[in-house]
Design a protein around this ligand. Structure first.
Ligand code: GLU
Length: 421
């Protein structure tokens, strides 16, 4: 039987080890509260379907921590969404925001649904009613949503509308990742891919390696994978493989990433059927075993696991997705000497620019794109340098170093606030 992953237990095992390295036991007053989410809500979402029947969907919003600021995190629509996964994703947001040192806690939302089976109208009613169901716990000073797997600016516009209608006035700061026309930020759509590219470049610079000509394999060609591939390609990396849920394309001399992106845009957001001279399709086993410099998982959780970890030849794993590597696989990678640049650092670019978007909304003042990108670069580079410092000081892998950095900040904030009441 296939191994069942418990995402929250996995998250906790790393958190507890990081706490132990900082000298905190599980029941320490300063740490014990970080092991559990502050609040978790399960909602039933009735949606009037196009056939006139009402269908009930299950949704979640978990607020893991508000210690360092309002809770922040995306909403995903996926048939496998469940409370335990959303709890883990919310905790990862707490860690990620603390690594980047932006003044947020962590949250996440999810709806158990396959959005490809819903019409546009059904999707809109689902998004708006989900917003209404979680309304008692969200707000621009409490908990701010954003896109995640299978959601985009379109869903954020609907969430903003639902929230604003119920308040009676426009509240753009309730969500980030909105369309520009509604107060979205320049630079937000590509921010996660950009942040990942910045992290990779920072790592290569620190270790004295030249990115030009380095080979990259990208798993997932959604927002994170495609933007990351585009920016790496522009920096001189050779993207030799790209994949999505339908197909995997390989080309030894490097794929024309911009052409692949244009193809996907015109073919229902998939690269299925994309070809160029010298390209071929390969199997998943061949993909994981590619002899590349960098593997960029940018799809879902647990993609690198004990089934494929031993075949991985990449020297660096750049985690664009949240939780793409299982705890067991992570240990094996460490033994093999594979460098893992962890999700909570690598993919923080999205929430960092979400933070800029929220600040712009609260001030009603829009920034130029170069200001967004300059500040993104500054925050990502500072976070990388701090993680690097702990990695060296404690001789721990980057994931552990990132968790330790985050925990130091969260524990300090908790002790300054002290316990209520
Ligand atoms: N969903 C993204 C993440 O997992 C962005 C979250 C946000 O911008 O709030 O980091």
């Amino acid at each position: 039987m296939a191994k069942q992953y418990d995402p929250y237990e996995n998250m906790l095992s790393i958190l507890d080890s990081a706490a132990a390295k900082l000298g905190h036991s599980k029941d320490d007053n300063d740490y014990v509260g970080i092991r559990v989410p502050e609040r978790a809500l399960i909602v039933s979402i009735p949606v009037l379907m196009d056939n006139g029947k009402i269908q009930i969907f299950e949704g979640y919003r978990v607020q893991h921590s508000s210690t360092r600021g309002p809770c922040k995190g995306g909403v995903r629509f996926h048939p496998d969404a469940n409370l335990n996964e959303v709890k883990a994703l919310a905790a990862w947001m707490t860690i990620k925001c603390a690594v980047a040192n932006i003044p947020y806690g962590g949250a996440k939302g999810g709806v158990k649904v396959d959005p490809s089976k819903l019409s546009e109208g059904e999707l809109m009613r689902l998004t708006k009613r989900y917003t209404a169901q979680i309304l008692p716990i969200i707000g621009p000073e409490r908990d701010i949503a954003a896109p995640d797997v299978n959601t985009s600016g379109k869903n954020m516009a609907w969430m903003m509308d639902a929230y604003s209608m119920m308040k009676g006035y426009a509240v753009p700061a309730i969500v980030t990742g909105k369309p520009l026309e509604l107060g979205g930020s320049l630079g937000r759509p590509k921010a996660t891919g950009k942040g990942a590219t910045i992290t990779l470049l920072n790592y290569l610079k620190k270790t004295g390696q030249n990115p030009v000509g380095m080979t990259v394999a990208v798993q997932g060609f959604g927002n994170v994978g495609s933007a990351g591939a585009e920016l790496m390609h522009a920096q001189g990396f050779k993207v030799v493989a790209v994949s999505d849920y339908n197909t995997i394309i390989y080309k030894k001399d490097g794929i024309d990433v911009n052409a692949a992106i244009a193809f996907a845009e015109n073919h229902g957001h998939t690269i299925l059927g994309y070809e160029e001279p010298g390209s071929k399709t390969i199997s998943a086993d061949e993909f994981w075993g590619l002899n590349v410099d960098v593997l960029f998982p940018a799809a879902m959780e647990n993609q690198i696991n004990e089934k494929n970890v031993n075949t991985i030849k990449a020297k660096v794993i750049l985690e664009g997705a949240n939780g793409p590597t299982t705890v067991e696989a992570d240990k094996i990678l460490a033994q093999k000497g594979t460098v893992v640049l962890p999700d909570v650092l690598t993919n923080a670019g999205g929430v960092v620019v979400s933070y800029f978007e929220w600040v712009q909304n609260l001030e009603s003042f829009m920034w130029e794109e170069d200001e967004v990108n300059r500040n993104l670069n500054k925050i990502m580079t500072k976070a990388f340098d701090e993680v690097w410092g702990i990695h060296k000081e404690f001789n721990v892998p980057f994931r552990m170093a990132a968790y330790m950095l985050a925990l130091r900040r969260i524990i300090k904030a908790k002790s300054l606030r002290s316990i209520f009441p």
